[in-house]
Design a protein around this ligand. Structure first.
Ligand code: AMP
Ligand code: MG
Length: 416
């Protein structure tokens, strides 16, 4: 029997990240950057005002105070986006707005609040302005290149593109963006008992849950689901769906059910026609059996049929593959330390217990979210975390610390 970590390593040793593709700026959100990005210009691109106010020379207000104010004639105006080709001479001022190019000759901006213009707001340009405060040279001026120098590397290949990265890409005019391609995941449900979710099951039938739950996981983790639908427990039906998967350009195939030793478990034979597959006994609960192999060169997963097991094995084994294919350097689910409000028992296999994790005072507290059977979907829907009982441990006491993989943070869950 393999440990979870051994199974993850074996699986990941067979997969590689996908090739880069060019996407438009906004389509890059949540993707992994596949190029180095250099600034085509400095940021800010020119000296500009950080305030609405008056562009001046600092030396003209060097000794200014409330009691000793200075009055300067206004020789022009520079709104943002309308640079002025007029030099600011000593002893004069120009009205300026935030983001406007600082006129030649000016070195300082006096905020409008520090002048007699403060109360008037937007109005006709006055003839002169009274200044009440002294300012250091450069005050309220944003210098060219303060943030980024022209030609500087602003983003490194492998970075996750978040809104902040989009901001930088937009600022340096980098559109389109090279990102790693999103994995296309063909999803297949197998079983004579299955009907689509929009049908009322007849006697002995159940609805196809796994194809939709795993498709939702594919979406959540940045892949593109290709729904192949239900294949009955017949070799030729499963074989036809597998051919469809490779024909549709899938990067990976994920089937559920039909991989144990049941009399109608035909998935193995269907995969063997054009690939190989091993039935793995992984020391994980819920989880076994898990099949892994390849079909026409594509990684192939045969997840357990029980819906909770299918989702849990997806989290631990398919999710890492999606992350690696999509270009992420890290594939491990981060964990936090929680305190158990109740004991958790295990049979010694690495156990992923569905739990509710909430912040209480200075600690994260975890309680089980309900019945832990591998078919019990309710407790999964009530959970926001998986508390991990490590391999070889059969008992964690109430009050003990444990590691939890967070599926969601409580504040994101509304009335949960
Ligand atoms: P099997 O692996 O075929 O023995 O299936 C194990 C259990 O999972 C059985 O109770 C199946 O009915 C159930 N099952 C299989 N596929 C699905 C599915 N797509 N959605 C919901 N339950 C399923
Ligand atoms: Mg079956």
């Amino acid at each position: 029997m393999l440990s979870v970590a051994e199974a993850q390593q074996q699986i990941l040793s067979t997969v590689q990240r996908l090739e880069p593709e060019a996407v438009s700026l906004l389509a890059a959100v949540g993707r992994v950057l596949a190029e180095e990005v250099y600034a085509d210009s400095a940021l800010p691109p020119f000296d500009n005002s950080a305030m609405d106010g008056y562009a001046i020379r600092a030396e003209d207000v060097a000794h200014t105070s409330r009691a000793n104010s200075v009055r300067l004639p206004i020789i022009g105006e520079v709104p943002a986006g309308h640079p002025i080709d007029l030099e600011l001479r000593a002893g004069t001022a120009m009205r300026i707005t935030t983001g406007a190019l600082l006129p030649r000759g000016a070195d300082t901006v006096v905020p409008v609040e520090e002048t007699d213009d403060g109360a008037r707001g937007a109005s006709a340009l006055p003839d002169a302005v009274t200044i009440y405060t002294a300012f250091k040279r450069g005050a309220h001026v944003r210098r060219v290149g303060d943030d980024v120098q022209r030609g500087e590397k602003v983003l490194t290949s492998g970075a996750l593109i978040r809104p902040a990265e989009i901001a930088l890409l937009a600022a340096v005019g980098h559109d389109p963006v090279q990102v790693y391609r999103r994995p296309r995941v063909a999803l297949l449900a197998t079983g004579d008992e299955l009907v689509p979710p929009d049908r009322t099951p007849g006697p002995g039938q159940i609805r196809n849950v796994n194809e939709y739950s795993t498709a939702a996981l594919v979406l959540r983790y940045g892949g593109v689901p290709l729904l192949l639908g239900i294949a009955p427990d017949r070799l030729e039906d499963v074989a036809a769906k597998l051919e469809e998967a490779s024909g549709q350009g899938a990067d990976l195939i994920v089937a559920s059910a039909g991989v144990s030793v049941g009399a109608y478990d035909v998935v193995k034979d269907a995969v063997h026609a054009h690939g190989s597959i091993d039935l793995w006994r992984v020391r994980m609960r819920p989880g076994k059996p898990l099949a892994f192999g390849s079909y026409r060169g594509l990684p192939f997963f045969g997840l357990p049929g029980n819906p909770v097991s299918a989702m849990m094995t997806f989290e631990q084994f398919v999710r890492p593959v999606l992350r690696v294919m999509a270009g992420f350097a890290q594939w491990r689910k981060p964990t936090i330390t929680v305190t158990l409000t109740e004991a958790i028992h295990s049979d010694g296999r690495e156990t992923y217990a569905r739990a509710c994790v909430e912040r209480q005072a200075d600690r994260w507290m975890a309680r089980l979210s309900g019945e832990q059977g591998s078919n019990m979907l309710g407790s999964l829907a009530r959970a926001n975390a998986l508390v991990v009982v490590p391999d070889g441990i059969t008992h964690l006491d109430a009050g003990a610390s444990a590691q939890a993989q967070m599926l969601d943070w409580p504040e994101d869950l509304g009335s949960w």
